[in-house]
Design a protein around this ligand. Sequence first.
Ligand SMILES: CC(C)(COP(=O)(O)OP(=O)(O)OC[C@H]1O[C@@H](n2cnc3c(N)ncnc32)[C@H](O)[C@@H]1OP(=O)(O)O)[C@@H](O)C(=O)NCCC(=O)NCCS
Length: 196
Amino acid sequence: METKDDWYNVELMTQHAFWNKHHLGCDEHYLVHKLRKDKDYLPELSRIAVKEGEVIGCIMYSKAKVVDGENTHEIITFGPLCVEPKWQGCGVGELLLRETMNIAADKGYKGIVIFGEPEYYPRIGFKTCDNFNITTADGKNFDAFMGFELTKDSMKDIKGKFHESEVFVNLPKEEVEEYNKRFPKLQKLRFPGQWD
Ligand SMILES: CC(C)(COP(=O)(O)OP(=O)(O)OC[C@H]1O[C@@H](n2cnc3c(N)ncnc32)[C@H](O)[C@@H]1OP(=O)(O)O)[C@@H](O)C(=O)NCCC(=O)NCCS
């Protein structure tokens, strides 16, 4: 589990893992910072990976909901999940996932719903949310929108629209720029595969 002394290194590692990956630069390190203070953050499920004193991975969980008219189902989501670039592909991501999914199951959570890499999560057992009668808040389903039942059939009775914490949708660019000043400067570069 992360302590306050790890905060800077967790954010630095997160910045390295996401920098220029989906956009010019990234905002996930700022998300980590915001999430820690958010009412929906679940520190009891969140974990970091440390090798010889160096933070090399992290996964952060938060409360989420599936809303079906009057009914609200409590579920969980995670993000960011990331691994320091030089340690990617060594099983750290899978280790963080499996350990935390076991903890979440033991604590009685029913399911996890995420937006994530559609090529990565199915190997851990994630399925697209159309398998669970769950859509995005605006009624969509697509490959990157996936879910996982923490025990057998535990999302069988859950259907509706997925809503993650507000913290995910409110990361103003100016705040991210200001926050970047706390870290060594990195260059923003265009790469194929970025979303915008
Ligand atoms: C995605 C990520 C968390 C995976 O963690 P990891 O420790 O590198 O992955 P693991 O070692 O557990 O798994 C490695 C396997 O997953 C595959 N893999 C890793 N990242 C992948 C990706 N983005 N898309 C598809 N496959 C991926 C590897 O090719 C490897 O496959 P192989 O076993 O067949 O060789 C990590 O690569 C990362 O931090 N990436 C940058 C940030 C990011 O995209 N986070 C996820 C956002 S949803």
